[in-house]
Write a protein that binds this ligand. Structure first.
Ligand code: SF4
Length: 1021
């Protein structure tokens, strides 16, 4: 029989279910829950508790299927990849063909296969539903046919190879239960309890229905009919269960005793027609300056509570939506000395053991000097002292002493000088690594290297001798074990995915290995069971604490913004749901998130603190206004960073406060240990070499210089001048923000699309004046080019033509219209006419742009959007989508304009016997030319728009730039200064208005400490 218990917000079914389960013999009842936390909680009470996967496996074992081969996500992707390739080769994917090579496409198709599988539909049913989908265009019908075919082939593969994905395993369990029912068999349980779920997929529901025909099934589902907006994610499951279940009217305990405000919040959130009430002190909303200050404000508050002994650590929870947004919490808890139940983890991919293996593998496909360089890096890694027993300093000296163009010579030299036998073995194994091999062959070779290296034994010995710390030992041992497991499981994935015999290049194998390693976390510190709990809001079912802090209540963060799927948009998914195929949409994400938020609020019994910060990108979460609307007087408290010495709650805060106030004597008087512990902060504050991007080590400087190279674009140079640390991270560490094809167009793609359209248009009108009388005809041409380019971008997968784009497209068309209007006006007012468009220089062997700077030759590269001409005068133009660099930045952080003027003068004007008179920007968003420069001495071809003719020195004095000779001289001075600073290792973070989410260094940057108040305090006052 199926019993359904609706659990209102703030109530709990656990005590009721635990009591019922304990009345039965252990093993005759079982509790199935959604998370490991709930499993542990139940087991602590002596209740037999498992998760849903365990239940499905137990059912299969009971029905005689002892072994079910579950495939991993990687194996699923390989299977789908093979199917895509086979269908493409047969010409059966005309719609998807152009997308196959795109990043993220394989993952999207694999998750579509998962989603279709979870709906419980067969390939025939999918094909049937697609065939009855009215209003589809021809190309979308083709997409549907191809999706149906992919799904059919995917299922066919799983059946043929007797392997199962999650949906397949649930389907098998559901089928076996049906057979058991037909055979009038029995299960080992009398009663099953389900708790902690707010929804089930189609196969899970099918299993539950079948189980209820064989034993008693009780389900506790969070649901209140009067608050549909709070239970949107549960609605479907509730409706489905109610077709068979008996609705049990049990009065459940109201969870922990809550303060009145908290009870009001829990019982009225998203309820219709609420009367606001006065708030008490149990609920607070804090706004901070940024994420760092948000974490500090919360941890300072907790520290005060713990110090005052008004609350115990395990009665406090810090809740965030996504743990990765708050990766700094662990270190900050340590700084404040707050014990925390939070695993100190890092991914395997970032571990030195793994990095060594990747360096070795990467060198397989290299030759000559590059391979020797890679091996010099490999042997310089500190881990080699343990792995090979190699004196790495000697290896580095050998690498520096000679310019090796052959790797073997370098290794032979290293062998002779160090006498390191394990190095000989490593070289031997390396020479056996083939540029192409099966995954199994590669994995075997690396397992061999690991086994010979005996890393764990050697690290254990060093720990015993006190030469490395326990953390250091764990770091190596955990990585060794995780890597071994990975190398053992990867061939299985490829085998299950039908690629067991496929030969991969070493580079592709390294990529696959790294991708899997990125998903493996290493737990490096023992979990503290006594501290405050730090957890994600998705793991809060049935949780209870005296104090709860919910961080990151920002737009798009909580509730978490989810992009629409680019294979099937939300609108298409809604149509499919009407046809019986319920695929999840991005809106489902919002319905889930309000559940997570409600759980976080319900978890607090005495005090709830909601915190957020705002910036240019995102404001406060809508949940903040929603909570405020439930109370008459709930105000937002603005939390300022504590700066006073007396307010310091950690050594770092004290150090910073003392250093800021110049209290050097106090710093010295501090106990030796404290002074030493705070030493690193002092070094950071005092700009010592080796800290804050001030590099000093000569060998490191040499390597950095080599990495920077001698080729410079304007943006590379501008990045350094804007913020040297950002440059170091972007161009030396080569960290760039990732970008994927999204349904709505990002500014970079939008910019390239507009550039392309303008290039095509201008190319058609070189040397021509544009007149108002031709406006209509020119507009039609521009529209045609726009549509044509849009199709090209869509075909290349650079944009996805979904709902957002349709709106965006019209906006871009209007921008171009505005541009043409203004362009005609400029053309009629002056004599400049377009002469060149998209002129590239410095790439390849043509149009080289070398410059001699302080005896060093560098090469500049770039692309000039457009060069206009009037007689013998040339003028350059760069299109900007939304903003032009300010004139005050000319020849400082704006080097593009001066460099492009010099390039155009040397590569175009000089050859044609003319001169460049200046250059400027066309800002497409504003539809006009802005921030345009013109030499003081320019005679002919003056532009009919506003210009400036000077630069500013360091003191803000304006210096006229008379002609190209002066410009060349000033530019060379700036470049000399820039290269000198780089060469001296100056990579200090410099706060700019570009300290944004797109800076790849934003998460590790310390600019706030180095420049503690970039305008923040004034804002608060
Ligand atoms: S966050 Fe700002 S200061 Fe830090 S590296 Fe990036 S741009 Fe530089």
């Amino acid at each position: 029989m199926l019993h359904l218990l609706c659990v209102p917000a703030g109530c709990s079914a656990s005590s009721d279910f635990f009591a019922k389960a304990l009345q039965q013999e252990y093993g005759r009842s079982m509790l199935v829950t959604s998370s490991t936390v709930l499993v542990q909680k139940a087991r602590m009470q002596g209740v037999n508790a498992v998760n849903f996967d365990y239940l499905a496996n137990a059912v299969l074992r009971r029905c005689g299927r002892l072994h079910v081969r579950r495939i991993s996500r990687k194996a699923q992707e390989l299977i789908v990849g093979n199917i895509l390739q086979a269908l493409q080769e047969q010409g059966r994917l005309p719609y998807f063909e152009k997308l196959i090579a795109k990043k993220g496409f394989l993952r999207s198709v694999t998750s579509l296969m998962d989603q279709l599988g979870s709906c419980g539909v067969t390939p025939d049913e999918i094909a049937d539903a697609f065939a009855h989908w009215d209003g589809r265009s021809g190309s979308y019908r083709q997409k549907d046919r191809e999706s149906a075919e992919l799904y059919r082939e995917y299922i066919r593969y799983l059946i043929a190879h007797d392997v199962y994905d999650v949906a397949g395993m649930y389907r098998l369990a559901a089928e076996k239960l049906e057979t058991l029912i037909q055979a009038e068999g029995a299960l080992q349980w009398d009663t099953l309890f389900f708790m902690g779920f707010y929804q089930f997929d189609a196969w899970q529901l099918s299993i539950i229905r079948s189980l209820s025909r064989l034993c008693d099934v009780w389900i506790a589902l969070p649901y209140e009919a009067v608050r549909p907006e709070l239970y949107g994610a549960t609605e479907f499951t509730y409706g489905d269960l109610m077709r068979q279940a008996v609705l049990e009217q049990v009065t459940l305990p109201a969870g922990p005793q809550r303060k009145p405000s908290l009870q009001h919040l829990v019982s009225t959130l998203r309820a219709p027609e609420i009367k606001p009430v006065p708030a008490d002190s149990a609920i607070e909303i804090w706004q901070t300056e940024d994420r760092q200050e948000e974490m500090r404000a919360v941890l300072r508050d907790i520290k005060k509570l713990l110090r005052g002994q008004t609350v115990k650590a395990d009665e406090v929870a810090v809740v965030v939506r996504r743990m990765e947004d708050y990766s700094g919490l662990r270190a900050l808890c340590d700084e404040y000395g707050i014990p925390a139940q939070l695993r100190g983890s890092a991914t395997l991919a970032a571990n030195p053991v793994f990095r060594c293996i990747v360096t070795l593998l990467s060198s397989v496909s290299l030759h000559g000097r590059e391979q020797a360089d890679a091996w010099s890096d490999l042997l310089a890694q500190p881990l080699q002292r343990i792995a090979l027993g190699l004196p790495t300093q000697i290896a580095t000296e050998i690498a520096n002493a000679h310019y090796y163009t052959d790797c073997k010579t370098f290794v032979t030299e290293a062998l002779q000088k160090t006498g390191c036998t394990p190095l000989q073995d490593l070289w031997q194994t390396f020479t056996e690594l083939k540029p192409e091999a099966t995954v199994e062959e590669y994995c075997e070779k690396i397992l061999g290297i690991l086994s010979v290296a005996e890393l764990k034994v050697k690290a254990g010995q060093l720990y015993k001798e006190g030469q490395i710390t326990l953390t250091g030992f764990k770091n190596i041992a955990c990585a060794h074990d995780a890597l071994t497991l990975l190398l053992q499981s990867l061939p299985q994935d490829y085998l299950a995915g039908g690629c067991g015999n496929k030969k991969l290049s070493c580079a592709l194998f390294t990529e696959a290995l790294t991708e899997k390693a990125e998903g493996i976390s290493l737990n490096l510190q023992p979990e503290n069971q006594e501290g405050i709990t730090v957890l994600s809001a998705v793991n809060l079912e049935e949780a209870a604490f005296r104090q709860v802090y919910v961080l990151g209540l920002r737009e798009h963060e909580f509730p978490l913004f989810k992009h629409e799927n680019w294979l099937y948009s939300d609108r298409e998914r809604a149509d499919l749901t009407a046809l019986g195929i319920g695929l999840p949409s991005s809106a489902d994400g919002y319905r889930e998130d309000i559940r997570f938020f409600a759980n976080a609020c319900a978890a607090a019994s005495e005090r709830l603190v909601l915190t957020f910060f705002t910036d240019d990108e995102q404001g406060a979460s809508p949940y903040i206004a929603e909570v405020q609307s439930l109370f008459t007087d709930l105000k937002i408290q603005v939390k300022k960073p504590e700066r006073e010495i007396a307010d310091s709650l950690s050594i770092r805060e004290l150090e910073l406060a003392l250093a800021r106030e110049g209290q050097a004597d106090f710093l010295r008087q501090l106990a030796e240990g404290i002074t030493e512990a705070g030493g690193s902060d002092r070094k950071r504050l005092t700009n010592e070499t080796g800290w804050n991007g001030n590099l000093g080590d000569p060998e490191l400087l040499r390597q950095v210089e080599r990495q920077i190279g001698d080729r410079f674009s304007a943006s590379k140079l501008e990045t350094y001048r804007g913020c040297p640390f950002r440059f170091l991270v972007s161009y030396v560490w080569q960290q760039q923000p990732a970008e994927e094809v999204e349904e709505d167009m990002d500014p970079v793609r939008r910019g390239s699309l507009l550039h392309k359209v303008l290039e095509k248009f201008i190319s058609n009108h070189l040397g021509e004046p544009l007149q108002t009388s031709r406006q209509e005809e020119l507009q039609a041409e521009l529209d045609r080019l726009f549509s044509e380019t849009w199709h090209e971008f869509a075909e290349q997968g650079q944009l996805y033509a979904g709902d957002f784009w349709q709106h965006d497209k019209e906006q871009q068309r209007l921008l171009l219209q505005q541009w043409l209007h203004k362009e005609i006006a400029y053309s009629e007012a002056g004599s400049l006419r377009p002469a060149y468009t998209e002129m590239e220089f410095g790439r390849g062997s043509t149009n080289l742009m070398p410059l001699e700077i302080n005896g060093r030759r560098i090469f500049l590269n770039g692309k000039i959007d457009r060069i206009d001409r009037a007689g013998n005068s040339f003028y350059i133009t760069d299109y900007k989508s939304s903003q032009a660099p300010k004139k005050a930045d000319f020849l400082d952080t704006n080097l593009q304009l001066p460099l492009y003027i010099l390039a155009a003068d040397r590569l175009v004007a000089a050859k044609e016997g003319g001169t460049v008179t200046g250059g400027g920007y066309y800002v497409l968003k504003d539809g006009e030319r802005k921030e345009s420069f013109l030499f003081v001495n320019a005679q002919d071809g003056k532009p009919p728009w506003q210009t400036y003719s000077e630069m500013q020195d360091e003191d803000g004095n304006k210096i006229p730039v008379t002609d190209i000779t002066v410009l060349q001289e000033k530019t060379e001075q700036v470049l000399a200064d820039t290269l000198r600073c780089m060469g001296q290792g100056g990579f200090r973070p410099t706060h700019t208005d570009k300290c944004d989410a797109y800076c790849p260094a934003a998460k590790i940057c310390r600019y706030r400490i180095l420049q503690p108040d970039p305008g923040g305090e004034e804002r608060h006052e």
